[in-house]
Write a protein that binds this ligand. Structure first.
Ligand SMILES: [Fe+2]
Length: 389
């Protein structure tokens, strides 16, 4: 027996932000990032809709990229004073993920962040508030996942906090909110959504529900990402990408991810490489690595008119280039000396990452190192490279 985990209610389509008018409650804290939601007018609109619903609103602004547990504690303090019955994450995944953990600390001021790193240990939520996610980027699918990624900068580690308690009560998937998203973020977040489709499909707990969402999401990304990058005002393409991101999130919330994410979390924490950008570098080589253990990649290749796992890897490399993403980690300015110095550390952390347990092929430390090195250089992974360690 399995249960399908999905946001409680899902409103989708251009203009669906307006649904906030119909929320019932007394107080809401809106958690958002830098200034993009204020500049685009989405924040003001959200406040106006909530006011129309008779809900008093407080805004917590300034969540940084790759939010820290310290930021989450600050937001929780605001909530403890204001006592909202709704917590609303509005913005990119950083804002929404931070809002999720603020929510935990609001409900449980004495919660132990370190303890929550262990999967499925978040305490039972919704004693004080429920959660609404309104994404402004089309990538993580955090609006329908039980996941929040929090960064410990001192240790250089990203922690995926995993618990179905964190799955939002309401998701609003409004492509209009994405119109202000810069091209490079459209590009790398879209490639993150693509990675979710591929990793969920080949997960070792794959299932029929996640399969159709993965295939559908992958097709939409291949058909719409270039358009969304090149024509940011095309709301149809924006909504399509937003839908694909949600579908991919729903897929992986129910099948989980693999070593692309394990590898990616480490270079994100240590070098600040955008999550989707590093995923897009690892994904083709991880397909090549995993293809020896799963025969499922050709199913995905067929969705885009190709045949083999290698065709799929190459099609992803082509798309990555067409939306102006780097093909190697060294293109981010990491020196070989620095890379070699940190390789053992990041590889050990990647092996220990919770996503590794769902990968279709059980990796060794040396295999992960070989994938890392191929992706650092931007060359094709070959099994023979493992023997070098
Ligand atoms: Fe991701």
């Amino acid at each position: 027996m399995s249960k399908l985990f999905i946001a409680g209610e899902v409103f989708h389509g251009a203009g669906s932000l307006e649904e906030l008018k119909n929320i019932t409650g007394k107080k809401a804290v809106i958690v958002t990032g830098g200034s993009s939601m204020r500049k685009s007018g989405a924040l003001d609109k959200a406040v106006a809709y909530l006011t129309e619903a008779g809900i008093e609103t407080q805004v917590f602004e300034g969540v940084e990229e790759d939010p820290s547990s310290g930021t989450c504690m600050k937001g929780a303090e605001v909530m403890k004073t204001f006592e909202p019955d709704w917590v609303i994450g509005l913005g990119g995944c950083s804002a929404i993920d931070a809002a999720k953990i603020m929510w935990v600390f609001y409900e449980y001021p004495d919660a132990d962040f370190e303890a929550m790193i262990k999967p499925f240990t978040v305490p039972v939520l919704r004693k004080k508030a429920k959660f609404i996610a309104i994404p402004s980027t089309s990538g993580t699918g955090t609006e329908t996942t039980g996941l929040a990624v929090i960064t410990d900068r001192e240790k250089g580690v990203k922690y995926p906090i995993v618990s179905y308690e964190l799955t939002p009560d309401i998701a609003i998937v409004d492509g209009e909110i994405c119109a202000s998203m810069p091209a490079h973020i459209t590009s790398n977040t879209g490639l993150d959504a693509l990675t979710h489709c591929v990793e969920a499909y080949v997960s070792n707990i794959e299932n029929n529900y996640a399969d159709v969402l993965s295939k559908g999401g992958l097709e939409i990304v291949f058909n719409n990402l270039k358009e969304a990058v090149n024509h940011p005002d095309n709301i149809k393409a924006r909504q399509n990408m937003h839908d694909a991101s949600f579908m991919a999130g729903l897929a992986f919330n129910n099948a989980w991810l693999g070593i692309v994410h394990s590898l990616s979390h480490q270079v994100g924490a240590l070098y600040g490489i955008p999550h989707g950008a590093s995923n897009a570098i690892f994904l083709p080589n991880v397909i090549r690595y995993n293809a020896l253990a799963t025969d499922r990649y050709p199913d995905l290749a067929k969705v885009i008119g190709k045949e083999t796992a290698e065709d799929l890897a190459q099609a992803i490399e082509t798309l990555r280039s067409e939306v102006n993403n780097n093909a190697s980690l060294k293109a981010f300015g990491i020196s070989k000396e620095d890379w070699d110095k940190n390789l053992d550390y990041i590889t050990a952390n990647a092996l220990a990452d919770p996503c590794t347990g769902f990968n279709p092929r059980v990796p060794s430390l040396d295999e992960l190192k070989a994938i890392y090195n191929a992706c650092y250089e931007g060359v094709v992974y070959a099994e023979e490279a493992v023997a070098a360690f």
